[in-house]
Design a protein around this ligand. Structure first.
Ligand code: FES
Length: 146
């Protein structure tokens, strides 16, 4: 009995390590890492929106453009485009260009966002190519659900 226990202790350890080691090594692979080229700025980040709701106080200085209808910003720290549609609605989009994924050369003409990399234009309605997120505005508090 003692020999069998001793055998199992020594023989099973490598088998268990080999079995668990493969998924651990796969999980450490960088093959699925996402990073984005920011073009001329030369910076790269792997920041993606969290799945937790994002709550923004639009009365803060960083979001002052959203105080007026038609105001918009590219909030690169959260990878989102925001546009004030009406007194009660702010639409929120992923700022990743559907063409090649650039995030930092946006302009807005009142109805469409234009990406400055190749000049493609995308509607500010939520049925266009830009990924649109659910949002709700209560007073100055904007809640975005990813
Ligand atoms: S990357 Fe935006 S238009 Fe090409």
């Amino acid at each position: 009995m003692k020999d069998r226990r001793s055998f199992l202790k020594t023989a099973c350890k490598p088998i268990v390590l080999a079995t668990l080691g493969i998924p651990i090594l796969e999980a450490c692979s960088s093959e699925n890492d996402e990073s984005y080229d920011y073009g001329s700025s030369g910076s790269t980040t792997s920041t993606l929106p969290s799945t937790d709701p994002l709550v923004i106080d639009i009365s803060s200085e960083s979001f002052k453009e959203l105080q007026v209808v038609g105001g918009w910003i590219n909030n690169t720290s959260n990878n989102i485009l925001l546009v004030r549609i009406s007194n009660s609605e702010i639409r929120v989009f992923d700022n990743k260009c559907p063409h090649q994924g650039n995030r930092n050369k946006w302009s807005y003409d009142g109805n469409n966002f234009e990406c400055g990399y190749h000049g493609n234009s995308f509607s500010d309605n939520c049925s266009g190519a830009l990924t649109c997120y659910d949002s709700s505005l209560e007073g100055n508090i904007l809640t975005i659900t990813f």
